[in-house]
Design a protein around this ligand. Structure first.
Ligand code: PEP
Ligand code: MG
Length: 567
């Protein structure tokens, strides 16, 4: 049995088809004509762009605009003037061959992206590698596999499944994806989820272990690939496949149901998004707006700061798409373990405790002001709320609000239109939770970031797998902090939402509602599962049950009680 990470839930039973990666020779050669190499580069790019246009058309037919926009992004990468310029310079400077020049330029950019622990940048790095490989193969006239022609049931196994490969498959025949690398947010994982086929990523030594035609069971719920099994196991999985399909149909039928508890209290369920690309799926799941738009992606995936105008267009698109529903945009949460590649950050011994979130905004006021200007201009296009990450004192909020008011005054003087926006704070640092009664009198709303609140309460780095045992969302300390915040919010008449991962867990979501949280913002794919639990319980019962848990003495005790109560 091989283990991996489930990137698209489900089960499949079928035969393996291996996608073997062809290695291409990119060793350095000294060339006679630099001009010829540059011509080859442009010819290969042109051919690549043509192929990507074809894939875009294909995915437009099969999927939607958002999915096909993956290929727009790939086309933009193929044509990226900055990369082309660097490759041309390298060819000229080193009188070297195009394959070597392109590969080494791309690898240096990929290294820069990989230095930052960010899922999105890892995806951008893999896009860049995928597109440059295609350019190199086109230059060398190497044929690429055509997955459109598969007409027998198979489970694809590969070192990495690319976006173009994933977009070509027919889910009637391709029953699942398995790969050695890739993450939950890889394009192939996103496409697998759209196609409704199970996918397992991060399976070590997969390609050495499996063979073509091996009959396997893919369990992308428990994250395993079963290679030898008994008749009983096979029968068990055949039943699981039927039950899984029925459960999925049941949850999908809840998309249009409003999230009311049995005693008629509406709990708004919103989406967490990272870019406009996530909007379509969030709307499909009937999200009641956006509870967290993480704007750092707009800043990370580039070579320089985004301008006010670029930012304005990003925010405007999302606001228009959701209008009149609320869109809560978080100001830049950068620094610490997520440095901007193009800015000089000071080296810190404890980056998670360092110059990040609004601390970075206050030490780089110009960057903050540009973002606020873009946000205020975008406010004309929908229902905008703005929130600040990593607040730990009242004074920080007062300073930030003063800057916002200053810009509004400038806009008034210059007759630039904007709408009134609510300003809220994220509660992610214990100090903010503890003074939430004081904060509540000066802010418009609270949004609890449980991912960081847990990390800072336990003083346990959320990226350190060795400390995973301290990731205890149900620990009494966390429940008490959350209750403290919701109570302060209620006393001052402001809403509290939760936008950390806890809100995506159906059982935890019911607990949060019971602790007084007004809104939940989560990964869009969790909305129906959370709704399924909320609509089965009475608000009154959830409150009295959850408040009793505040006196429990351990996370284990609380988990057991929750499992018993939340059905
Ligand atoms: C959180 O900390 O819970 C949160 C939502 O912010 P992020 O995960 O982006 O740090
Ligand atoms: Mg956070």
């Amino acid at each position: 049995m091989l283990k991996g990470v489930s990137a698209s839930q489900g089960y499949a039973i079928g035969r393996i088809l291996k996608l073997d990666q062809q290695t291409v020779d990119t060793t350095k050669l000294i060339v006679k004509s630099v001009e010829n190499e540059i011509t080859y580069l442009h010819e290969a790019i042109e051919k690549t762009v043509g192929q990507l246009e074809h894939l875009k058309k294909l995915s437009l037919k099969k999927f939607d605009n958002e999915t096909s926009s993956i290929f727009d992004a790939h086309i933009a990468i193929a044509k990226d003037p900055e990369v082309i310029m660097q490759v041309e310079q390298k060819i000229k400077k080193e009188t070297c061959n195009v394959t070597y020049a392109l590969k080494s330029v791309v690898l240096s950019i990929v290294d820069m992206f990989n230095e930052i622990d960010d899922e999105y940048l890892k995806q951008r790095a893999s896009d860049l590698l995928e597109v440059s490989d295609r350019i190199i193969k086109n230059h060398l006239n190497i044929k690429m596999i055509n997955l459109e022609t598969i007409d027998q049931e198979v489970i694809l196994a590969a070192h990495e499944i690319s976006a173009s490969e994933a977009a070509m498959v027919n889910p009637k025949y391709v029953l699942g994806f398995i790969s050695e690398v890739g993450g939950k947010n890889s394009h192939s994982s996103i496409i697998a989820r759209l196609l409704g086929i199970p996918a397992l990523v991060g399976v070590p030594d997969l390609m050495q272990t499996v063979h073509n035609h091996d009959q396997v069971i893919l369990d992308a719920i428990d994250g395993k690939l079963i290679r030898s099994y008994s008749k009983e196991t096979l029968l068990q999985y055949q039943h699981k496949i039927v039950a899984f399909k029925l459960e999925k149909q049941k949850l999908d039928s809840l998309i249009d149901v409003d999230p009311y508890t049995t005693d008629h209290k509406k709990i708004d369920l919103l989406a967490n998004i990272g870019s406009f690309n996530d909007v379509k799926y969030a709307k499909k799941q009937n999200a009641y707006g956006v509870g967290l738009f993480r704007t750092e992606l707009i800043f990370l995936d580039r070579y320089e700061l985004p301008s006010e105008d670029e930012q304005y267009h990003h925010y405007k698109r999302v606001l228009e798409a959701f209008d009149p529903y609320p869109v809560t945009i978080r100001t830049l949460d950068i620094g610490g373990d997520k440095p901007l590649p193009y800015l000089k950050h000071t080296i810190e011994y404890n980056p998670a405790l360092g110059d990040r979130g609004i601390r970075f905004s206050l030490s780089h006021v110009d960057i903050f002001k540009t973002q606020i200007r873009a946000l205020l201009k975008a406010s004309n296009h929908g229902n905008l709320k703005v929130m600040f990450p990593m607040i730990s004192t009242k004074e920080e909020f007062i300073k930030l609000k003063k800057i916002v008011l200053g810009i509004q005054k400038e806009f008034d003087d210059q007759k630039i239109a904007y709408k009134h926006i609510e300003l809220g704070v994220m509660i992610e640092v214990p100090s903010a939770a503890i003074i939430s009664d004081q904060l509540a009198s000066i802010v418009d709303f609270f949004s609890i970031g449980t991912n960081d609140l847990i990390q800072y309460t336990f003083a346990a780095d959320r990226l350190n797998t060795q400390l995973e045992y301290l990731n205890q969302p149900f620990h009494p300390s966390i429940l008490r902090l959350i209750h403290m915040v919701t109570s302060a919010g209620k006393k001052h008449g402001i809403k509290t939402s939760v936008c950390g991962e806890m809100a995506s867990d159906p059982i935890a979501a019911c607990l949060l509602v019971g602790l007084g949280v007004d809104e939940l913002s989560m990964t869009s794919s969790s909305i129906v599962a959370v709704k399924d639990k909320i609509i089965k319980h009475s608000y009154k019962e959830l409150v009295s049950f959850s408040e009793k848990l505040l006196d429990s003495s351990s996370e284990k005790d609380i988990s057991i009680k929750l499992e018993e109560f939340i059905k």
